[in-house]
Design a protein around this ligand. Structure first.
Ligand SMILES: [Fe+2]
Length: 252
C-alpha cells in the first residue's frame, strides 16, 4: 500500500512534532503493510521545495538506520491561491519531484474564484492536480456533483481515510460514501498528522472502503493508482457518475 497524503515529516508543519514521532508513524505504517509513504507537509508552513526534499532525504536515512523498510517520497500539500501557479516549475512541489502530479487543497469553507485559472496554469506546466479531501469541503458536502466538474477539468481526487471512517462526522462520512460509489475518487490517503487521532491509518480506511466498493476497487485506491502517480505515468480513470441529489438539509 502507498499513502499519498501524510504529514510525517518532522519540524515541517502541524504534523509529526519530532523525529521520534515520525519514526513511530513509519513503524505504524510498516505494520499495516505500507511500502511507500509520500511526505506531503503543508507548503504554506514551509514554502521551500528544496528544503522539503532535503528533509525527506534525511528522514529516509533515519528510517534506514532504524531498519524501517519504507520508501519515502517527497511531496507537499499545496493550498490553492493565485500565486501558486506563477512559481517556476522547479519550485512547485510535485510527487518525487517529477513535475507530473501535485497534491492541492482548497479552503474548507469557500471554493476559490481562482480555481480554474490555477488548475489550468498547473496543467500547462504538465502537472496534474490531485485534489485533497474534497469530501470535507462545504461546497462538496452541499453538492457532491461539483467534483464532476473538477474531474472534467482533468483533476484527480483523494479522499481521507478519516472521512470514510466517520472521524469528521456523519455528513462528511456520507459525502465520502457518495463519492466512492459514484467513481468520484481515485486515491485514499491517511492525511496522518500524528500517532493518535489523525494517524497513518490507511489499512483501516482501505478496509472500510472495501466494504463499500469491494476489495478490488479499494485496492486500486491504496496501491495501483498511487503507484501510477509515483511512476509519473498517465492514470486511466473510470467515468464518474452523477449523484442524484435527494433533498439534503445541512445546517452550519
Ligand atoms: Fe493534509
Amino acid at each position: 500500500m502507498i499513502d499519498l497524503h501524510t504529514h510525517i515529516l518532522p519540524f515541517a508543519d502541524d504534523g509529526a512534532a519530532d523525529l521520534k514521532t515520525a519514526l513511530a508513524m513509519g513503524r505504524a505504517g510498516e505494520k499495516q503493510g505500507l511500502t511507500t509513504i509520500a511526505a506531503t507537509p503543508h507548503f504554506y508552513y514551509l514554502p521551500d521545495w528544496d528544503l522539503i526534499k532535503d528533509k525527506v532525504e534525511s528522514l529516509q536515512r533515519e528510517f534506514h538506520r532504524e531498519g524501517l523498510g519504507i520508501t519515502l517520497v517527497s511531496g507537499a500539500e499545496l493550498l490553492l491561491e493565485p500565486n501558486l501557479s506563477k512559481l517556476p516549475l522547479e519550485q512547485i512541489p510535485t510527487y518525487g519531484d517529477q513535475g507530473k502530479y501535485c497534491l492541492i487543497e482548497f479552503s474548507f469553507r469557500q471554493i476559490s474564484v481562482y480555481l480554474n485559472q490555477v488548475i489550468f496554469d498547473l496543467q500547462v506546466k504538465g502537472i496534474t492536480p490531485i485534489i485533497a479531501h474534497p469530501e470535507r469541503y462545504l461546497a462538496v458536502i452541499r453538492d457532491p456533483n461539483i467534483v464532476l466538474e473538477w474531474i472534467d477539468l482533468g483533476c484527480l481526487i483523494q479522499i481521507n481515510t478519516g472521512s470514510v471512517l466517520g472521524y469528521f462526522g456523519p455528513k462528511i462520512k456520507e459525502t465520502a460514501r457518495i463519492m466512492l460509489t459514484h467513481q468520484m475518487a481515485h486515491f485514499l490517503g491517511s492525511d496522518g498528522h500524528n500517532l493518535k487521532g489523525r494517524s497513518l491509518n490507511l489499512r483501516k480506511g482501505y478496509e472500510a472502503a472495501a466494504k463499500i466498493l469491494g476489495i478490488e476497487m479499494a485496492h486500486k485506491m491504496v496501491a495501483d493508482n498511487p503507484a501510477v502517480v509515483l511512476s509519473g505515468e498517465f492514470l486511466e480513470i473510470d467515468e464518474p457518475l452523477r449523484y442524484k441529489q435527494k433533498k439534503r438539509f445541512f445546517f452550519f
